[in-house]
Structures are given as structure tokens and as C-alpha cells.
Write a new protein. Structure first.
Length: 148
């Protein structure tokens, strides 16, 4: 690890009211050393499935980490499907997910290190709340960037 490298923990979440339905994705970025929150935001996606929304959360989280000049990123998500697809344990069969998966793989390649961790829903409450806020408001929250 470089002496001046920046390690971030990026909590990502996605959800839809109905499946498919109005969807959003939330992101909380924390400093890896002390857990200080460095960024919070959410994107409103429009009509999508839960799984598509989870990938939008991943893309928004990776983009936020890039803007913060992270070298090392740990993605924390309660989406077992997305985590297992990104770590190669599951294949991506759905065409819509495959496109988002490929975008995410390109962004992952921009970091020195990027790992994925599946966490219980309770440990992702902050990103989940941002997701729900974006869905309910039907707009982005914070300075989150649209991902597709």
C-alpha cells in the first residue's frame, strides 16, 4: 500500500417500489481508516428492477470514489447477486444487468484495489434511506451523478 494512498468504504444500495417500478440508488462513502462520512447521495433512475437499481448504486459509488481520488475501494452491499456477479461467483445472464456489469468492471479497473463485501441489510441502513429518499422525491439527492 502506498504511504499516501486513500482507502474508502463505499456502501451502495438500490431499490424499486414494485419490481419493476420507480427506482433509486443510494451511496455513502466513508474513510477506510476512521469511518468518517465523506460523501452521501442518491440517484433517481426512473422505472427499473431492484437488481438494475443495485448496479446503478454500484456505478454511482464507484464514480464518487473516483472523484475523491481513492486508490483502494471496498464496496459494501446487501445485494448478494451483485456482489457475487462482480466477484465472478455468478454469471451475468440478464442483458440489462450485463451492460451495467461491464460499465462497473471498467470503473473497478481504475482503482489499485477494489473488493466487494456482502453485508446484512441492517448494516446498509444509511444507503437504503438515501435510496428511498430519491424514489419518494423522484429526483437525485446530493450531487450524485446519473449513471446511465
Amino acid at each position: 500500500m502506498k504511504k499516501d494512498s486513500l482507502r474508502l468504504v463505499v456502501h451502495v444500495d438500490g431499490g424499486a417500489h414494485g419490481n419493476p417500478g420507480p427506482a433509486g440508488a443510494g451511496v455513502v462513502v466513508q474513510a477506510g481508516d476512521d469511518g468518517t462520512v465523506l460523501y452521501e447521495g442518491a440517484v433517481f433512475i426512473g422505472r427499473a428492477t431492484n437488481n438494475v437499481a443495485e448496479y446503478h448504486g454500484l456505478l454511482a459509488g464507484l464514480a464518487a470514489a473516483r472523484r475523491l481520488n481513492a486508490d483502494q475501494v471496498e464496496i459494501a452491499s446487501d445485494s448478494q447477486l451483485m456482489v457475487r456477479q462482480m466477484t465472478g461467483q455468478y454469471r451475468v445472464k440478464n442483458a440489462a444487468l450485463k451492460r451495467l456489469f461491464e460499465q462497473a468492471r471498467k470503473l473497478v479497473g481504475q482503482f489499485d484495489e477494489c473488493s466487494f463485501r456482502h453485508i446484512p441489510r441492517e448494516e446498509n441502513a444509511q444507503a437504503d434511506a438515501l435510496t428511498k429518499q430519491a424514489i419518494n422525491l423522484r429526483q437525485n439527492v446530493g450531487d450524485a451523478e446519473a449513471t446511465a
